[in-house]
Ligand binder design. Sequence first.
Ligand code: DSN
Length: 430
Amino acid sequence: MTNFIQSFDPEISQAIKQEEYRQNHGMELIASENYQSAAVLATQSSILANKYSEGFPGKRYYGGQENTDIVEQLAIDRAKQLFKADHANVQALSGAAANLAFYSAVMEPGDAILGMDLSHGGHLTHGSPVTFFSKVFNFQRYKTLSNGKIDFNQLRSLAHEFKPKVILAGFSAYPRELEYDKFAEIANEVWAILYADISHVGGFIAAGILKNPFDYGFHAAMTTTHKSLRGPRGALILSKGIVSNPLKKPEDTIENIPTRIDRAVFPGMQGGPHMNTIAAIAVALKEAQTPDFLDYAKQTLINAKTLAEEMLKYGYKLVTWGTDNHMIIVDFSGTNLDGKIAEDTLDKIWISTSKSTIPDDPNPPSRPSGLRIGMPAMTTRGIKAEGTKYIASFIHQALQTVDHPEKLVQLKKEVEAFATQYPVPLFVIN
Ligand code: DSN
């Protein structure tokens, strides 16, 4: 294959080659990461990248859209079908942008919204004070109990106190399935819009093996496309069509949530959609309709459960003592380890993980007490439960060897030998 990049830009080419080497020789256990298929990667490199397509299929601001309209409509139709939604916007650039677009679609500045506290498993865009949007909207943040599960009593009392326009169910670091029915019960008491951020679990919901918030009366949901869905970096904002207006009276219909979402994304927040990415989203959604994807999704959950069981056997504490989804959160409180030491140590043997807070973490966010470990990426590379036991063993050996650099050097060789048995899907472009 012609080395287009290497012949013109050897420095960038070299960095890409090194990254290929790192990805193939290391293990990716960051819960939000995954590997895109060669078809998805190739689609992103297509000439669709050359096109400006402001607007939506059939309603564009520039000419020459006969093919982009086909591409975007396919992405929309597949998203609606997979998630049982009436409408899908596929243009948001990624999860944060999609959340902000949704907020601006249904709220006015100053309106209240309930989201999960970042330090208890929520996401930055669920109301963290460091974000700009936390100054625009009145974010109130609910937390988890000391057992790691969501505190629905607190959520209910916040809902009655602040009468939020939106109640947001979603997380970045929460190893249990969300109880959408409990969110719905509380939202109905205060006439709030129900919105789910399913970014981490979108692939499992698409596969039908985790609960779908639309089955519990949710009005809208957002998923990124590059985590468990294994697509390119992007997002879907999904919604029901005309729904009774939770803000007024049950017999009122809400003023068209889908139209509000589309307008909030474009022209509200963004300009031209990235049509090469939207095409790659369509390809990933087609992959998500296959029996192979269902097998993948099931295996990921089996692997995460296996990892949890192994870590418990080695004597580690886990937030909620297990998992329903693709991730576990190891709790190092009361030990001589913390999330930063663990992440740094595992980095040395080319196992990538991410430090994480635990509920009511006594440590600062820069050195939290937990470590988040996820199985979506390694499952894509073909790891089964037996292989997951090796991964747990590597992690345990490394965490016992924190102060012995020479042992970590030896362990890294073993990790590389193991990891290269499970190749990364590749579309060679360098
Ligand atoms: N960075 C993603 C995660 O790790 O959960 C969310 O933005």
